[in-house]
Design a protein around this ligand. Structure first.
Ligand SMILES: O=C(O)C(=O)C[C@]1(C(=O)O)C=C[C@@H](O)C=C1
Length: 379
């Protein structure tokens, strides 16, 4: 590089540093304003996540960006990242308590990660929360006596047995709910055991989400909705979207969304391990999509095997869904073994037309994800 080039670059980089510093000051200002919005919302009991405001704001900023010769997607990306920060900061002021006159909340299995997250969210909303873990059963009766909600979040394998053997004498108005990732069996166990209000919930996220804004919680109604409506509203205040479903339909979807998905990630990892694949080389040669896939598989093995065993072994139907998957794998492999390129292409087209417009939608969505995977690269 010539001295002139170095000097020019230095000067321009100095100006960029100045602009970035102004951006930082603007960010600080925005965070402070959002903190004030958080306080106003807390007082009024409004949910963190305001989709209509977000859509209007993004639309306006995109238009303004266009007029200024700035890529509209750039301002949208920046604002979406900023709003993620807003969800976290609004959580700091706590949440409006929808049912102040509720007795205490007892979380069975509250020392598990998901249990701890819900305990934190209820505490941030002003409720008195008691954790009942496996060694605490001697105090269970006294905790249940004043309970307005008993929330079960224990491993799937022990959920129904625990409900039937331990929860037969809750106060009549106490809401009984669970967070199990299958719904039919636990819901039936709760309905048979407790005569009061019953609802099944399935949070469709892991315990490391940070904020519940935009996360989905599936709701399977049991009995006495008017008595647990406050719980649904409370979850809405935390920013989550409630999706109502029949337990049977939910469980069927989980065979694909969870059991089959996790099982194939498990086998993918098992295969890499048995092949003694060199992860460093894989990463070095990886395209963004491969890196994303590797991250998705690898993250499974950073977690508790019991959790995944629970999910995969929970339903007989999952075994069938996984067996079907294996059949399709074998059939596709046979095309390869027979050198049947045309057969492969015609299956591909069959699947593409089945996906229809979703294929293009998924391509658009994954493009943004892949770009952020690439942005994360250093060196
Ligand atoms: O305007 C609000 O209601 C806010 O909470 C602020 C804000 C933002 O960061 O701009 C954050 C979250 C909402 O979903 C919408 C907008």
């Amino acid at each position: 590089m010539t001295e002139k080039t170095t000097a020019e670059l230095e000067k321009l980089r100095g100006l960029i540093d100045g602009v970035d510093n102004q951006l930082l000051h603007l960010l600080r200002k925005r965070l402070d304003l959002v903190a004030q919005v958080g306080a106003v919302k807390h007082a009024a009991g409004l949910p963190i996540y305001a989709p209509a405001r977000e859509a209007a704001m993004l639309g306006k900023r995109r238009e303004e960006a266009q007029a200024m010769g700035v890529n509209p997607q750039l301002i949208e990306d920046v604002l979406r990242r900023l709003m993620r920060e807003s969800y976290l900061s609004e959580k700091d002021v706590g949440f409006k308590q929808i049912k102040p006159d509720l007795g205490q909340i007892v979380i069975i299995g509250g020392k598990g990660q998901l249990g701890r997250l819900f305990a934190q969210m209820f505490s941030l909303s002003g409720y008195r929360v008691q954790i009942l873990d496996k060694d605490d059963w001697q105090v269970a009766d006294s905790l249940f006596a004043g309970a307005g909600l008993v929330l079960v979040t224990v491993p799937i394998g022990s959920t129904c047995e625990l409900i039937r053997s331990r929860l037969g004498s809750l106060p009549k108005d106490c809401v009984l709910a669970d967070l199990t990732s299958i719904k039919e069996a636990p819901l039936n166990a709760m309905l048979e055991t407790h005569n009061g209000p019953v609802v099944g919930l399935h949070p469709m996220f892991g315990p490391d989400v940070g904020s519940l804004a935009k996360q989905v919680v599936v709701v399977c109604h049991g009995r006495g909705q008017t008595q647990y409506q406050w719980l649904l509203e409370q979850i809405g205040i935390w920013g989550a979207r409630l999706v109502e479903a029949e337990a049977v339909r939910h469980d069927k979807a989980m065979q694909l969304v969870q059991a089959m998905r996790h099982f194939s990630s498990f086998v993918y990892g098992l295969n890499l391990c048995r092949e003694q694949a060199d992860i460093d080389s894989l990463l070095e040669f990886s395209s963004p999509i491969y890196r994303l896939e590797l991250a998705m598989v690898g993250r499974l093995f950073a977690q508790d095997p019991l959790l995944y065993a629970d999910i995969i072994f929970a339903q007989q139907g999952s075994l069938e869904a996984i067996a079907d998957y294996l059949d399709n794998y074998r059939e596709a492999l046979a095309l390869l073994q027979a050198g049947d390129r045309q057969g492969f292409i015609s299956r591909f087209n069959e699947v593409a037309s089945w996906f229809g417009d979703y294929a293009a939608q998924f391509q658009r969505e994954s493009r943004a994800m892949l770009q952020s995977v690439n942005d994360m690269k250093t060196g």
